[in-house]
Design a protein around this ligand. Structure first.
Ligand code: NAP
Length: 295
């Protein structure tokens, strides 16, 4: 057996095309969706994420602007900038790129962003609304995974979804989304982490397995039930002297072995990553629509 490859690039492109149309309509009504990204410090990975976000915005007609602040920026300065964007009616989305330098509390910064402009879906108000199952900004990676399931008609209803990893940005929110009594959810959910011990007894029961860990090839073929759907969220750099940059990106799943056992699988790159990026754009447009009371 060889698994169906779930194409995140193609699915994300469909979302962007749909958003482009919505943005044209919004602009005709005098509303130009605008995302403000704040980058503090000079972490190379963060810089490249921010550059990608800005490029994504420009491609589909969102006004994407980045404010770059020095590593020594104080918490007060950052909070003041967020406050300014909170009160600027032309700003629909605010994103502070994480991680932040040690002198700045991530918790305070996330809580300072207006929940109405929190397009990352990290603010406690949006987290609470997500848990309650009411309208909110869903965090981009879990929302992107759910959209992939929708696109490929893989309905989690009644299935056993096993999530490895319980981060606040991926594992935990995805588990909560999957347990909701809602369409494209309504699954039985198990969450594994470093306290779970041997993962195999859990992962072998998964109809849908989501790996969000950050450990290359943690998930091997023996850990998969034949025919399971495997979603690989992990993005890990491994050295590769044959690659131009000296490294390549791999997921948390041993793709070469697992794709022979699974019925469908996301590749890395080209699986979940593009969906995360597309959902940031989708959340920004959602915010602009709310502003015009269209959502
Ligand atoms: P994180 O905050 O580091 O959380 C990792 C989780 O994995 C933790 O819950 C940890 O358990 C668990 N874990 C670590 N080692 C484990 C092991 N050996 N067995 C079982 N559980 C283990 O990571 P994250 O932010 O969720 O990111 C996870 C991966 O996804 C990373 O590679 C990241 O780069 C990638 N990512 C990709 C996207 C995308 O768009 N494709 C988006 C976000 C993240 P404890 O809680 O017990 O410590």
């Amino acid at each position: 057996m060889s698994a169906l490859i779930i194409d995140g690039n193609a699915t994300a492109e469909k979302i962007r095309v749909q958003l482009e149309t919505e943005i044209v309509q919004l602009r005709e009504r005098g509303c130009h969706p605008r995302l403000e990204v704040i980058l503090v410090g000079d972490d190379p990975a963060a810089q490249s994420y921010v550059a990608m976000k800005q490029k994504d915005c420009e491609r589909i007609g969102i006004l994407g602007q980045t404010t770059r602040l020095g590593t020594e920026t104080s918490e007060e300065e950052l909070l003041a900038l967020i406050d300014r964007f909170n009160h600027d009616a032309s700003v629909h989305g605010i994103l502070v790129q994480l991680p932040l330098p040690h002198q700045i509390s991530e918790e305070k910064v996330i809580a300072a962003i207006s929940p109405d402009k929190d397009v990352d879906g990290f603010h406690p108000v949006n987290v609470g609304r997500m848990v309650a199952g009411v309208d909110c900004f869903l965090p981009c990676t879990p929302a992107g995974i759910q959209a992939l399931l929708v696109e490929y008609k893989i309905d989690p209803k009644g299935k056993h979804v096993v999530v490895v990893g319980r981060s606040t940005i991926v594992g935990k929110p995805f588990a909560i989304m999957m347990m909701q009594k809602k369409p494209w959810a309504n699954a039985t959910v198990t969450v594994c982490h470093t306290g779970s011990g041997d993962l195999k007894p859990y992962t072998q029961q998964a109809d849908i397995l989501v790996a969000a860990v950050g450990r290359p090839a943690l998930i091997s073929a023996e850990m998969i039930k034949p025919g399971a759907v495997v979603i690989d969220v992990g993005v890990n750099r491994i050295e590769d002297s044959s690659a131009k940059r000296g490294y390549r990106l791999v997921g948390d799943v041993d793709f070469a072995a697992v794709h022979k056992v699974a019925s469908a699988i996301t590749p890395v790159p080209g699986g979940v990553g593009p969906m995360t990026r597309a959902f940031l754009l989708k959340n920004t447009v959602k915010s602009a629509k709310k502003f015009l009371k269209l959502d």
